[in-house]
Design a protein around this ligand. Structure first.
Ligand SMILES: Cc1cc2nc3c(=O)[nH]c(=O)nc-3n(C[C@H](O)[C@H](O)[C@H](O)COP(=O)(O)OP(=O)(O)OC[C@H]3O[C@@H](n4cnc5c(N)ncnc54)[C@H](O)[C@@H]3O)c2cc1C
Ligand SMILES: NC(=O)c1ccc[n+]([C@@H]2O[C@H](COP(=O)([O-])OP(=O)(O)OC[C@H]3O[C@@H](n4cnc5c(N)ncnc54)[C@H](OP(=O)(O)O)[C@@H]3O)[C@@H](O)[C@H]2O)c1
Ligand SMILES: Cc1cc2nc3c(=O)[nH]c(=O)nc-3n(C[C@H](O)[C@H](O)[C@H](O)COP(=O)(O)O)c2cc1C
Length: 584
């Protein structure tokens, strides 16, 4: 590649210009680097111990956990198991692998998780070599509540086949209740990577080291809620709350950047309304169940967001033209818009003739799931306690107040000093920099501020000297400036070096965090050039996409790069793990 001409009057200093030349030269030598990395992996050619490469694509750790499980199974069977994130391997290294297991979650609307996006870009490129010597198996994680179920796994599985790799076993697409079927698939697949010739089981140290927390989705810890405080003002159109949860004797530890999962309990009033609508007794006990129907609906099933099967069953009985139209015309956005404000009871109420027996109804529901919340405290500052920053989901439609299950469970239905089921999802890809001197730029409007409160507290506690810059915003300064006093104190103490605020509804035109980024683009670019880390947290569908584009525009303008080079610059930040996101 020819280096682009850098004009003398380009808007940066001499030092920055030489850095930029270095960056562009770095792009040229990326291939050479990849080759030398693969050279280091000559162990792949070992003919003594069978090798299996286990690669994961994850956001909240489930796929990584399964990759670790698969490695433990493989090691116990005498394999050398190498576990890596998908974006941590060069394509040269990947192409040289012989036995590959991929565990991968799906995000956005059928997209790759952040730590697999660059891998997918390369795998999908026309320059990708054939992979005829590779045997592979793909385990996809997803949620049938989303349109594009397990799409990331499906895409990778299909592309590997296209490239000539040999499928060891059919792809497994897992829904939310994935643990048991995933474990069966792993136990079945690992021996196949050595043509079925497994060595005798040897329990290794690594296997013993792969110890998990005893508190998990199936066994949440009953923690005590200690604080439930309204953060947003009386006049706010939103309700954002601060929660503090006591970790008691659980032994649970966490790092800043992790998420806390809450197991909600459904609202009694909604259970009653649904039973009344279906003319079913709350005391009914269904065959094979040990709980009453009312308790099943309260504790075990998702009775707010309708499942795909439930929607399909409703359509058959409802005779509702609009529902049939949005379900069958293939316009996924129209269907999503139609469903956005409707819960299970709204769909039952489409037509009073809709009827289900207790078993039919329960058979159409999905199991009640935990919800994840980005932890907003540093464990160093708040020993034994975990804090959350949660927007209560409430809306009115069809002459009824609708409640988000978990956010209002925390807000309304757990009293202070009562128990709430929790477990932690580590997010190793979303951490403060290892180097305490590295600058951090954090973009977190709305509840997106949560992990950054934790990051700032953490840096304060460890005395990190790196500069910290926060972009925060919400609707109005008077009602939605949450943690205002804490941020002011952090600013006074010098921990928060810069704070830029974007209150979207305080003026006629919208001002968002990305507008503030652009306004200070030159400084932001300089922070990045000085080794800065760029973090984003909050709304995935609108904000995070616009912030990503603003970052590219800043790189283009202040780095004097073409649009393609700016995108590559941003991709490079991702490769260096200096562009990190926690978006939902
Ligand atoms: C990794 C991760 C971290 C997260 N961190 C945070 C965090 O720090 N803070 C936080 O508040 N949330 C966070 N979330 C989101 C959180 O997990 C829940 O999704 C959120 O609290 C809503 O859950 P709920 O059970 O209250 O609502 P649900 O019962 O799940 O209801 C959501 C549904 O309600 C409907 N709906 C929602 N809003 C409206 C509206 N205004 N009008 C009409 N219909 C509507 C839509 O159909 C939507 O699908 C995070 C999510 C993830 C994945
Ligand atoms: N899918 C949706 O339609 C929708 C809507 C709201 C919230 N949510 C969900 O609600 C949660 C987060 O809500 P939250 O209360 O923390 O904050 P939020 O609703 O994301 O709002 C925070 C701030 O971001 C602004 N904003 C809106 N669009 C933006 C964009 N494209 N770029 C940058 N900023 C933008 C908002 O302005 P304005 O509100 O003034 O535009 C507000 O000032 C997430 O789960 C999110 O996915 C989804
Ligand atoms: C914001 C968000 C978007 C998601 N989008 C999809 C999707 O489009 N398709 C799907 O099958 N699953 C989707 N999921 C479900 C995840 O893939 C699933 O929870 C998975 O177990 C997460 O694995 P991880 O912990 O390895 O990231 C989504 C989850 C979240 C939080």
């Amino acid at each position: 590649m020819k280096l682009p001409f850098i004009p003398e009057d380009a808007p940066y200093t001499g030092d920055q210009k030489s850095w930029l030349k270095g960056f562009l030269a770095g792009m040229q030598s990326a291939k050479a680097l990849a080759t030398s990395k693969s050279g280091a992996l000559t162990a792949h050619q070992s003919d003594v111990t069978p090798i299996v490469d286990i690669l994961f694509g994850t956001q909240t750790g489930n796929a990584e956990g399964l990759a670790m499980d698969a490695a433990a199974v493989a090691r116990a069977q005498g394999f050398q198991a190498n576990v890596q994130g998908l974006d941590d391997i060069s394509m040269d290294t990947f192409s040289s692998m012989k036995n590959v297991i991929i565990t991968i979650a799906t995000y956005g609307e059928g997209e790759m998780p952040d730590n697999a996006s660059l891998f997918w870009e390369s795998l999908n490129s026309s320059s990708m070599p054939r992979l005829s010597d590779m045997k592979f198996g793909v385990l996809g994680l997803g949620d049938t509540g989303y349109d594009e179920f397990c799409q990331a796994g499906k895409l990778i599985d299909m592309r590997l086949e296209q490239l000539g790799a040999h499928r060891l076993v059919d792809r497994l697409d897992c829904d939310v209740d994935y643990e048991d079927i995933a474990s069966d698939w792993i136990n079945k697949t690992i021996p196949l990577t050595n043509d079925g010739k497994s060595k005798p089981i040897v329990v290794t140290d690594e296997k013993l080291a792969n110890v998990k927390s005893i508190w998990n989705r199936k066994n949440p810890y009953p923690a005590t809620l200690r604080v439930n405080k309204l953060l947003s003002g009386e006049q706010s159109l939103k309700e954002i709350r601060h929660f503090e949860i006591d970790l008691g004797d659980s032994g649970i530890t966490y790092d800043t950047g992790d998420a806390l999962n809450i197991m909600p309990i459904n609202d009694d009033e909604l259970v009653k309304s649904i039973l009344l609508r279906l003319n079913l007794s709350s005391e009914l006990v269904l065959v094979g169940e040990d709980k009453t129907l009312a308790d099943l609906l309260k504790y075990k099933y998702e009775i707010s967001t309708p499942s795909r099967n439930f929607i399909a069953a409703i359509e058959v009985q409802a005779g509702d033209d609009l529902l049939s139209h949005v379900l069958n015309n293939g316009d996924k956005q129209a269907l999503a818009d139609y469903l956005w404000t409707k819960d299970v009871l709204d769909l039952l109420n489409l037509n009073q003739d809709i009827k289900f027996t207790g078993s039919e109804f329960v058979g159409l529901l999905k199991p009640l799931q935990h919800r994840a919340y980005s932890i907003s405290s540093s464990p160093k500052k708040h020993v034994g306690s975990v804090h959350l920053t949660v927007a209560s989901v409430r809306w009115n439609s069809n002459e009824r107040e609708h409640l988000g299950v978990c956010s209002t469970f925390l807000a309304d239905r757990v009293d202070v000093d009562e128990k709430v089921g929790i477990f932690v999802s580590p997010n190793k890809a979303f951490r403060i920099p290892d180097n305490n001197d590295s600058p951090m730029i954090m973009v977190g409007p709305g509840t997106g501020i949560a992990p950054f409160r934790a990051f700032l507290e953490e840096r304060h506690c460890i005395g990190a000297e790196g500069k910290n810059w926060l972009f925060f915003g919400d609707q109005t300064r008077s009602s939605d400036y949450i943690y205002e006093e804490e941020l002011a104190a952090l600013k006074d103490s010098g921990v928060l070096s810069r704070l830029d605020l974007a209150f979207s509804r305080d003026q006629d035109e919208k001002i968002y965090v990305q507008h503030k980024m652009s306004e200070h683009g030159e400084d932001l670019f300089e922070w990045l050039q000085n080794g800065g880390y760029f973090y984003v947290c909050g709304d995935a569908t609108r904000m995070a996409k616009d912030v990503d584009q603003a970052l590219c525009d800043i790189a283009s303008k202040w780095g004097n790069l073409t649009a393609d080079q700016a995108r590559e610059y941003v991709n490079n930040l991702k490769r260096e793990k200096r562009y990190l996101r926690d978006v939902y």
